[in-house]
Design a binder for this molecule. Sequence first.
Ligand code: SAM
Ligand code: SF4
Length: 488
Amino acid sequence: MIHLPDTFPARSSALAPALAPAPAPAPTPAAPAEDAPQRYFVTSFGCQMNVYDGERMGEMLAAQGMQAAAQRQDADLVILNTCHIREKAVARVYSDIGRLRRDDGTTPMIAVAGCVAQAEGEEIARRAPSVDIVVGPQAYHRLPQLIEQARRNSSGGGKAAVDTDMPAITKFGSLPPRPRQPRPTAFLTVQEGCDKFCTYCVVPYTRGAELSRPFGELVDEAEALTDGGVKEITLLGQNVNAWTGEDGRGRSQGLEALIARLADISGLERIRYTTSHPNDMTDALIAAHAQIPKLMPYLHLPVQSGSDPILKAMNRSHSAASYLAIIAKVRSINPGIALSGDFIVGFPGETEADFRATLDIVRAANYAQAFSFKYSPRPGTPAADMEDQISPEIMDERLQRLQELLNQQQQAFNQTTVGKRTRVLLERPGRKPGQLVGKSPWLQSVHVIADGAKIGDLIDVDIVSAGPNSLAGEALAEVPALSKDEAN
Ligand code: SAM
Ligand code: SF4
């Protein structure tokens, strides 16, 4: 039986918050105590939103006078910014905590942040007593106070400082402004949380209700990023296309209006957004893919399964046919768009016929890229208690068949770009001397030797060969074909 909540749970953790719930004002740097940590290191697991959160935590600690350690061993404070979406992600955190013990038996101050912190709360410190701080994804603006509390606790031999509260105000207003970013691409979280309660997913419990950041705040942050040299911004949200806000004239707007406003920022060359839910894919947002040249021709639209009974059991509130109708609309507006998706195999009750329906929808949709996962029962979600859990062997076999098909499609899509001239935003050095790696408009990695070009440049490249996971292109000089390593 599927149990769905009648109402959305309050924005509070299942575990009682250990700190007072009232939101604290932005912390002001004070003279640090002598035994206060000086150097921090943040490791982010999981999704791009965690990467963004990890960056904001680091920026906040830097604003407090702490320094980023070049490597984890050098840090007095290590933050593990965790992901709870699948079981493996949780197991990795605990093994990582163990690895933080130094040769002399001591440990740095350890903070567990993110969705595992939210879901497990004080249990983490019980299971791993070396953990000093547990802080949920909506409370990390209070890290400076938690660090101070942990410092005092440890000198008194006390317990971890825990804050898994979900304050009514958003944390963003309490974070320091973003410093200059010496890099060409950046993430910008515009929306957090989820009200959709897919029966397999922890996000509504760990990230709370859907919340959109205000229009003006986002324009300011995008301008700050662009002023620092960022050329491409990816707008992030668990349901990014559910973003809504009031523009400068007080009119209620959807994501397309935010994208249109950001496209006016000179210096910002490319805009992307992820992850979208099919039900929030409005005609206006679809139209933006034809109307806004800076919006890249790439859409990540997870479907999870091609079987209607499974989609119903997942509480996805869309069908295979309605999903394909959205794709058809998107392609009628922009035929060249690269489509990406997420899939779960082995959801409870999934039969061979259900799984074949997933293969069918993959064939019908024709993906340029996709992410596929074995179903992972998440404690507290309705699907975890469903009958007919699928055996690991069947899941493995289905995942392999699905990935074979998806890989073929990705390779075929990559092949269609060979012989094309396209713009590449150079993002990092490659492995070979003089080689740079950038992204095509369709989010493919492109290896290129471009004499005189540098990271951050947008250059025209002729695509000369395609591997399963990346392309090779020619800019100013001859480019060697992909080596086996690069092609995989
Ligand atoms: N909001 C997006 C949507 O509606 O599809 C997805 C965001 S979710 C954080 C990212 C992906 O993780 C999902 O699309 C799903 O494929 C995968 N996922 C979530 N819960 C999972 C679970 N219990 N087991 C396996 N994969 C899961
Ligand atoms: Fe999770 Fe996405 Fe479903 Fe929300 S819509 S519950 S984030 S899979």
